[in-house]
Design a protein around this ligand. Structure first.
Ligand code: ANZ
Ligand code: ZN
Length: 801
């Protein structure tokens, strides 16, 4: 019989849809499993072959869990506010709502064609007023708790998108989205106080099962730093407080630096002799981003403050004070003591301005470069600290500073509050009004959602205000508190708003009384497994943890961490090993793949393509291999015998394969799970027959990967019921014992490591195992595999160029 994948896939997709097969049940007595993937932004380009990598992986987990007896929630929705849609709307004069609708319809049809087992009855859309009503409601709760506030601040301003960017949206000094020039501009912005949660966001990482690299990135981003604040007296008669992580180096502080925006410049203005010079310098640095200012390689600039000096508290010496942009106002106290002998930036500055360099930790050659690797050295030139180790000196100086009332221990975080305003149209309106008498007043909750009004033009105004600002009728309103005249906030929320809590809404998406019922949240949360892009680690993942924690502290959600487990997938690259993009002409269209090979092949291939966590180039040759595998599985119906059990010859292989596939799915090793099924199939073909029992097991194992073909064969063989209603197969550990051998793995003839393989393993399996070694993956990253030489049970050599 011919493998007519198109007919088979359509048939089963219709059946699943009609039966509501993948709906999560509201029966809260069942064991639950909540699998989550990041919902997409429905762009005009449609689905990318990168999207299904994450979706298929967790679809496999979700399908396996259903077979294991869990009540599974695997939902999908649309993160649909955002700039590309808005820019498209501006250009083509179409309402962004219409653009969104069209894009969503296309995405949905594409996802459905892949047979992903989403519970479509719970579909959400962040631009739906019934959804953003609750985004606004949460914002109001944050506002009432003092976690949302308005602040005049220098912000990153993209000159081309005409929009304020969060620090994390500025990449290498340019706009992450458009590559446009980013300058600093002072604007009044809504801010969310994520910094209040900095410590908890670090501490609670200990309680969750995230990939280690994800935890590390979050910790680094939050950037906890421990040190001391130290007061330096000045000749102006006041004190200048600095933050340092190295109070032990105080004797080496030969000058000070304050940020160009430091308020003391104004305070000292009557004493300062070169005020115009300082102001000119400040204006010049205002044009730079924080990133540019703190780049290490950059030539240092600065101006000495003439007329005021500081006094080093440990030795009473007068030292000069400089203004330089390498010190940021937004970190610590905006002022530092400079220790050029042991800090690279200070060293470069001191060399340029001819300032003294005093070594205080022995070891380097501080005339040549800063000796920064000095954590374990011995103190010199430091009076009462001489002879101590750095560690001992730290303890002693902190005690000394505290006793004298000059300093105190201090913890700082790199994390900044989150800029939560956009001067754009296509976002959630911020539900506040400004009254001259009462200040910022929330609109009453029963008036939510505050809908986006219809406007003529979606373009931001020339002065950078949102197009809403031009709508006098909408803007002018009355104060809910005093009834007087008030104006609505015309900024909208940033695109991260809706995704900060969407995992809560899926639990109870149609609730119009609450964001979700207590029972639903208690039952479904926390998310058991969340997979998404590594690029969201410091943004979305951190933001949503913060919202969840804030809501937890208000008693609105039941658990302090939203996600129990978090993993990340690698990107799918073009056939040439480069990032897929239109301009490179290497984009693979998922619709065409599904049309030519079928959804099951596409799914299988996306999982077989390489180590799930690593980037992998697309390969048309290997997709054909996946297709052939499925054709051979389909042909098994011709060689089925009547026995219900396993045959003697295959018994051990069956158990091993169950074990391997079961474990590999849990460990993100989808590629080696597939390789195991491929080699089982080879054994079966060699033997020339398969028992009903063996076929049943193979179909169950393969079902999460290739759900349509397996359902079809289950039906053809009259195994009873639908496959998705069966139980995941079990294995006997005793029968999995195996002869195995360790073999070397080479890339281009160079040894990269060894793997332990089952004796007689097939080439594909060995190759998949080899490619899951980190060293191998990185050696072939971005290259094409030309050929694979496998000498059975001896050696594998991957030739890649
Ligand atoms: C003296 C010193 C000696 C420092 C030394 C370092 C090494 P982290 O670890 O990132 O917290 N610093 C403090 N505030 C700053 C600001 N607003 N802008 C730029 N730099 C600032 O770094 C803390 C260190 O960075 C502080 O410790 C300070 O330099 C500098 F051998 O003080 B240190
Ligand atoms: Zn009022």
């Amino acid at each position: 019989m011919r493998y007519d994948f198109a007919a088979i896939e359509k048939k089963w997709q219709d059946i699943w849809e009609k039966k509501g097969t993948f709906r999560a049940k509201d029966d809260y007595s069942l064991p639950k499993y909540y699998a989550l993937v990041e919902f997409p932004y429905p762009s005009g380009q449609g689905l990318h072959v990168g999207h299904p990598r994450s979706y298929t992986a967790l679809d496999i987990v979700a399908r396996k869990r259903r077979l294991q007896g869990y009540n599974v929630l695997y939902p999908m929705g649309w993160d649909a506010f955002g700039l590309p849609t808005e820019n498209f709307a501006i250009k083509n004069h179409i309402h962004p709502e219409i653009v969104t609708k069209k894009n969503v319809a296309r995405f949905k049809q594409q996802l459905k064609s892949l047979g992903l087992s989403f519970d479509w009855s719970r579909e959400i859309n962040t631009t739906d007023p019934n959804y953003y009503k609750w985004t606004q409601w949460i914002f109001l709760q944050l506002f009432k708790k003092g976690l949302a506030y308005k602040k005049e601040m220098a912000v990153n301003w993209c000159t081309s998108c005409k929009v304020v960017l969060a620090n994390e949206e500025v990449v290498n000094g340019v706009c992450e989205r458009c590559g446009g020039e980013v300058i600093r501009k002072v604007k009044s912005q809504w801010m969310l106080k994520i910094t209040d949660y900095a410590q908890k966001l670090i501490d609670d990482l200990d309680e969750v099962d995230y990939l280690e690299r994800i935890k590390t990135q979050q910790r680094n981003w939050i950037g906890r730093s421990t040190g001391a604040e130290v007061n330096f007296k000045t000749t102006a008669g006041d004190t200048l407080t600095i933050y340092t992580t190295r109070p032990d180096t105080l004797f080496g502080a030969t000058y000070m630096v304050i940020a160009p925006e430091h308020p003391n410049i104004e305070k000292w203005s009557s004493l300062i002799e070169n005020m115009p010079e300082l102001i000119a310098y400040r204006e010049q640095s205002a044009r730079k981003s924080d990133f540019e200012r703190t780049e290490v390689q950059k030539e240092k600039t600065g101006v000495e403050i003439k007329g005021v000096k500081a006094i080093n508290p440990v030795n009473g010496r007068e030292i000069p004070i400089f203004v330089s942009d390498y010190v940021l106002m937004s970190y610590g106290t905006g002022a530092i003591m400079a220790v050029p002998a042991h800090d690279t930036r200070d060293w470069e500055f001191a060399k340029k301005f001819g300032l003294p360099i005093i070594e205080v930790v022995k070891g380097g050659d501080v005339e040549k470069e800063a000796f920064t690797d000095c954590e374990t050295g011995i103190m010199v030139n430091s009076d009462f600290l001489n002879g101590l180790t750095v560690q001992e000196a730290q303890v002693k100086i902190k005690k000394w500073l505290t006793e004298k009332g000059i300093g105190r221990e201090k913890v700082n975080f790199k994390l900044r509050d989150w800029v939560f305003s956009r001067q754009r149209y296509w976002g959630e309106p911020i539900p506040l009004v400004h009254c001259e008498k009462c200040g910022w007043v929330p609109i009453p909750e029963d008036q939510l959602p505050l809908r986006l009004p219809e406007v003529e033009s979606y373009e931001p105004t020339d002065n950078g205000e949102s197009p809403l600002a031009a709508m006098e009728d909408w803007v002018n309103t009355t104060c809910p508190k005093c009834g007087g005249k008030a104006r609505r906030e015309t900024d909208t929320m940033p695109q991260w708003a809706g995704s900060s809590w969407y995992f809560l809404r899926y639990c109870d998406p149609h609730n119009d009384k609450e964001l979700a019922s207590k029972e639903a949240l208690e039952y479904w949360l926390p998310v058991d497994w969340y997979n998404g892009g590594m690029e969201h680690t410091t943004l979305h993942l951190l933001y949503s943890r913060f919202w969840n924690k804030a809501l937890y502290d208000m008693g609105i959600v039941p658990y302090k961490e939203p996600y129990k487990k978090r993993t990340s997938h690698g990107m799918i690259l073009g056939e040439n090993g480069e990032k897929m993009s239109k301009s490179r002409g290497n984009v693979v269209n998922p619709d065409e793949i599904v049309k030519e090979y079928g959804a099951d092949t596409m799914r299988l291939y996306e999982m077989f393509i390489g180590d799930f966590e690593k980037a992998a180039p697309w390969s048309s040759a290997s997709i054909k291999g996946c297709r052939r595998f499925l054709e051979r599985v389909f042909a098994l119906q011709d060689i089925v015998t009547d026995e219900e059990g396993y045959s003697k010859e295959l018994e051990s292989s069956m158990h091993k394969c169950i074990k391997k596939v079961s474990e590999d799915i849990e460990n993100l090793k989808f590629n080696t799970a597939i390789a195991a099924m491929m080699s089982l199939l080879n054994e079966i073909t060699d033997k020339g027959s398969i028992t009903r029992g063996e076929l049943k097991t193979l179909l169950l194992l393969l079902n999460p990967f290739a759900p349509h073909i397996t359902e079809e064969l289950w039906e053809i063989e009259k195994f009873g019921g639908m496959l998705n209603e069966q139980k995941w197969p079990e294995y006997d550990e005793e029968k999995c014992k195996d002869d195995s051998v360790e073999i070397p793995v080479q890339v281009n003839g160079k040894l990269k490591g060894t793997i332990t393989i089952p004796v007689g393993a097939e080439k594909e399996q060995v190759q998949a195992m080899a490619q899951s070694l980190d060293k191998v993956a990185s050696a072939i990253a971005g290259k094409n595999i030309i050929k694979v030489i496998y000498i059975q049970n001896k050696l594998i050599n991957i030739v890649a160029k």
